[in-house]
Write a protein that binds this ligand. Sequence first.
Ligand code: NDP
Length: 323
Amino acid sequence: MEYRRLGKWGLKLSALSFGSWVTFQNQVDGKLAEQCLAAAYDAGVNFFDNAEAYANGESERIMGGALRNLGWPRDSWCVSSKVFFGCKADPKPTQKGLSRKHILEACHQALARLQVDYLDLYFCHRPDPETPIEETVRSMHDLVRQGKVLYWGTSEWTAQEITAAHAVARSEHLTPPSMEQPQYNLFVRARVEQEYAPLYRDYGMGATIWSPLASGVLTGKYNDGIPADSRLNLPGYEWLRERHQSEEGRRRIWVVQKFSAIARELGMNTGQLAIAWCLKNPNVTSVILGASRVQQLRENLGALAYLPRLTPAVMARIETAAG
Ligand code: NDP
């Protein structure tokens, strides 16, 4: 495993990490979660990603139970949660957003579900236009001061919103955000590659990136239709399937077909090439993998070994294929 600093900060996260969105509770029960976490940890993964909203809190409960059963030293792994959406299908006004009340309550609830004394990383899952940035930054700062959170960050905030958070932190002597969690894959690049460039440079922010396989599309498994046992067929994810069946979705399959040909030539599978491509970006701290089976996870963890095969010439070919 390779370990990368969280931006300019001292925390070293595994370049490949493991998250539980969609999978835990819907596809992965406690026993399988334990097997997946063990496969990841044995390969050197030290960061497990979660959120209050995943399966309405059940994902954190499953991960917490599995981590407790596995019994690894707490100082050898990191776990995250995220606050914003709430952990109920229909949250009340005080049960969502980035108000001081919800940030503090959500943290306490995540600690209980994950069965830990502190969160290593705590993300504001989306920006909240109805809460002043001062209130959010101060609430996160207080959790850091209380030792309940080690590093706080944002997820899918604009560079402008993150810059505002840094400005408040600087003027009020509060803890600034250390990391962002954006989507990053061959299809979604602008924010990570362009919009956030000043954030890495000026604030030393780290990036833990999500959906490296665009929900599995970049494995090539959807090239000939939608397999019955896949994410795009899950109840509740019709929006993903509809996106896939749109004009843009069809364009993506055409790109994946070209991408698969390059992967074959390089002697790896399509998903491994997609993950290795994310790792080539030096501003990426950790690529968060998702998997509904242990075998998928093992395959994806194998991507790291292929990194040297992504030479400048190969990267240029991928660029052309991506259009
Ligand atoms: P991916 O884009 O890598 O998609 C993972 C899914 O692709 C798997 O669950 C599986 O779905 C399929 N897959 C993975 N590997 C293989 C393989 N080798 N062969 C075939 N199919 C495969 O990542 P996610 O979208 O799951 O995102 C990763 C993590 O990022 C999440 O778990 C979460 O922690 C985080 N995240 C954060 C967000 C945020 O807003 N901050 C938003 C979304 C995710 P299946 O088997 O069901 O087809």
